[in-house]
Design a protein around this ligand. Structure first.
Ligand code: COA
Ligand code: AMP
Length: 630
């Protein structure tokens, strides 16, 4: 079947299409209705069906003869450790962790926060929650205690699972003191904190809520899978939005399993038994979907990599892993490739490895510049596929389809919509734009299975954030255009979200922290283009009279963002400016600021009809900011 036929079928008869795809799943009970709406008027898939995601990811494969196949390779250059787990071993370990959590009182519907480095126990803890019908929320290890506390207060976890430490290249990151700090900061208090002791030297005094992970397992029985409704939540994943507070994206069980299973074959061309590697982190959606759930739901083998593309120990690591585990498809962020290319521009490391197993290289998470894509394509000699999606969708929205039909690769484009996504480019007034005209990227409702049904305990927030802007559509927050042949190009976020090294962050959240500094009268945090990380945050600050030098103020601002959000925020550039461009009502013109610092042509919005403001921007503000930041 051609891509076009598959795609059109999915739009002509969504229920028929997704009823067919649901046959890939071994349900405990099939759905009463393929598509329905819930009490909030939101679309839901597979109502009435019963399943268990952990069963589908592990037990089902053991029952069907894959017990001895490796489910997960763990490769950790930072601890010089390698391990592998068969499907049977994973199932047994997960069943025991689930037994331990059950003993701590975790039941179906309870929430559990997982704040762990990239170790097998983290993946197994996610699956153990799923086994109990509990809802996990993984928090990225690079977030600081304050961020963890915000998520604790929103998710209200019964238990928090962590590890004694992580490792960033050559630096131990002690997680436990950060958890203790978050426990102090949060208003809601989880009953227990389960700690996996990595024995890397990061020991801290224990608290009365502590439970040792190994001890918990030693005292636990294995437990079976608890059937849940297809529409029950599997996990919450917090992501940055346009306010200072992260949004709790909810994923259900049934639609998620069907969509991921479909994506592995149609998009990635992966079959049961193949080896698939997503070099991301379980704290991000790519990690949830393509390190943990999709490969395991498919009966493939996944790779869990605890390291970096460079410095662990060098720019050869990715190629070693592909060659060592015979990876068929690899997925990473363009930043990782840019970092590798900087260290090894001639691709000398690449030539040292047998990469014949690799059939496709996928990129996503941020915009991929054409130069990087072409470099990688020439080095690897396989199709390099840039594809586009978000935490909210949980799986690709625009992609190429090696499993159905490999479309021509147009560098700079993220190709065409995936089955189920009626993706359109809209003008300001919601009408469709013409080819080559830039607009807002939106998807006509209903979204396909796997996409977020709502936000955690916040259906109104879901409607306000995504459905209100263009009635009848889900609005992605991205801008883009389609060419005459329907290939889509993403031009970037049209809101205050930025992507730093493939990590999604909110400038508003950073701005709140910068503004809280006593020397700051007003400020703006914006995304500046960066040749390695794609974007980096930059703070422009107007100061009050203060006894400190600006250098001291800037250092304190950098430290404050690092301690409130975490090192991953990477705010290092802070500039003092005399004035910020504003509307008459006092609204900062962020889009204009972005254009100034990125050296683009500036357009003063037509809504600014005050000639004095226009003149001030043109003659004073623009040249001075340009000079300071360039
Ligand atoms: N735990 C604790 N700290 C973390 C962390 C984690 N899990 N992840 C990142 N950090 C820290 C880093 O150590 C760094 O701290 P520093 O400022 O003290 O050096 C800071 O957060 C910024 O990290 P990062 O943006 O990753 O920069 P880097 O210089 O350490 O590494 C790259 C640069 C290019 C190697 C790295 O950004 C990378 O691998 N990018 C690819 C990202 C990716 O795969 N994203 C997944 C999305 S699909
Ligand atoms: P996240 O939710 O962290 O996956 O980030 C999603 C955002 O990253 C999207 O809204 C885009 O702005 C950006 N993004 C992801 N993939 C791509 C891509 N291939 N090209 C351009 N931007 C991308």
């Amino acid at each position: 079947m051609s891509y076009q036929t598959e795609y059109l079928n999915s739009l002509k008869d969504p229920e028929g299409f997704w009823a067919e795809q649901a046959k890939r799943i071994d349900w405990y009970r099939p759905a009463d209705k393929i598509l329905s709406t819930d009490q909030d008027g939101l679309y839901r898939w597979y109502q009435g069906a019963m399943t268990n995601t952990s069963y589908l990811a592990l037990d089902n494969h053991v029952e069907n003869g894959r017990g001895d196949q490796v489910a997960l390779y763990y490769d950790s250059p930072v601890t010089q450790t390698k391990a592998s787990f068969t499907y049977r071993e994973m199932r047994d370990e997960v069943a025991r962790i689930a037994g331990g959590l059950k003993k701590l009182g975790v039941q179906k519907g309870d929430t559990v926060i997982i704040y762990m480095p990239m170790i097998p126990q983290a993946v197994m803890s996610m699956l153990a929650c799923a086994r109990l019908g509990a809802v996990h929320s993984v928090v990225f290890g690079g977030f600081a205690p304050h961020e963890l506390a915000i998520r604790i207060d929103d998710a209200k976890p019964k238990v928090l699972i962590t590890a004694s430490s992580g490792i960033e290249v050559d630096r131990i990151i002690p997680y436990k003191p950060m958890v203790d700090k978050a426990m102090e900061l949060a208003n809601y208090k989880p009953e227990k904190v389960v700690i996996y002791q990595r024995k890397l030297g990061a020991l801290v005094p224990s608290k009365n809520y502590d439970v040792d992970f190994d001890q918990m397992l030693a005292e636990a029985d294995t437990v079976g899978c608890v059937p849940v409704e297809a529409t029950d939540p599997l996990y919450i994943l917090y992501t940055s939005g346009t306010t200072g507070k992260p949004k709790g994206v909810v994923r259900d069980n049934g639609g998620h399993a069907v969509a991921l299973r479909y994506s592995m074959e149609a998009i990635y061309g992966i079959k049961p038994g193949d080896v698939y590697w997503a070099a991301s982190d379980i704290g991000w959606v790519v990690g949830h979907s393509y390190i943990v759930y999709a490969p395991l739901l498919t009966g493939a083998t996944t790779v869990l990599f605890e390291g970096k593309p460079i410095r662990t120990p060098d720019a050869s690591t990715f190629w070693r892993i592909i060659s060592e585990y015979k990876v068929k498809v690899m997925f990473t962020a363009p930043t990782a490739i840019r970092a590798i290319r900087k260290e090894d521009p001639q691709g000398n490391f690449i030539k040292q490895y047998d990469l014949s197993s690799l059939k496709y290289q996928f990129l996503a998470g941020e915009r991929c510049d054409v130069d990087t894509l072409k470099w990688l394509q020439s080095q690897l000699g396989v199709p390099v596929i840039d594809h586009w999606w978000q935490t909210e969708s949980g799986w690709p929205m625009l992609a190429n389809f090696p499993g159905i039909e490999l479309l021509p690769i147009k560098p700079g484009s993220v190709s065409k919509p995936v089955a189920g996504y009626d993706l359109q480019i809209l003008a300001e007034d919601g009408s469709l734009v013409s080819p080559m005209e830039e607009g807002y990227v939106a998807v006509k409702l209903p979204l396909p299975p796997g996409c977020l049904p709502s936000l955690w305990n916040n259906a109104q927030g879901f409607k306000d954030s995504y459905l209100e802007r263009f009635p009848g559509y889900y609005f992605s927050g991205d801008g883009g255009f389609k060419d005459e042949e329907g290939f889509t190009f993403i031009t970037g976020r049209v809101d205050d979200v930025i992507n730093v090294a493939g990590h999604r962050l909110s400038t508003v959240e950073m701005e709140e922290i910068v503004a809280a500094h006593p020397a700051v009268a007003e400020c703006a945090v914006i995304g500046a283009n960066d040749s390695l990380k794609g974007q980096i945050p930059m703070a422009l600050v107007v100061c009050n009279q203060d006894s400190k030098t600006f250098h001291e103020v800037a250092e304190e601002i950098v430290a404050a963002v690092r301690s409130e959000i975490g090192a991953v925020a990477a705010l290092k550039k802070v500039y003092q400016v005399q004035r910020l461009p504003k509307t008459r009502s006092g609204k900062t013109l962020r889009k204009l600021l972005r254009a100034i610092v990125n050296g683009e042509e500036i357009k003063i919005p037509s809504t600014i009809d005050d000639p004095a403001i226009v003149q001030e921007i043109d003659e004073i503000i623009h040249p001075s900011i340009k000079q300071i930041t360039s």
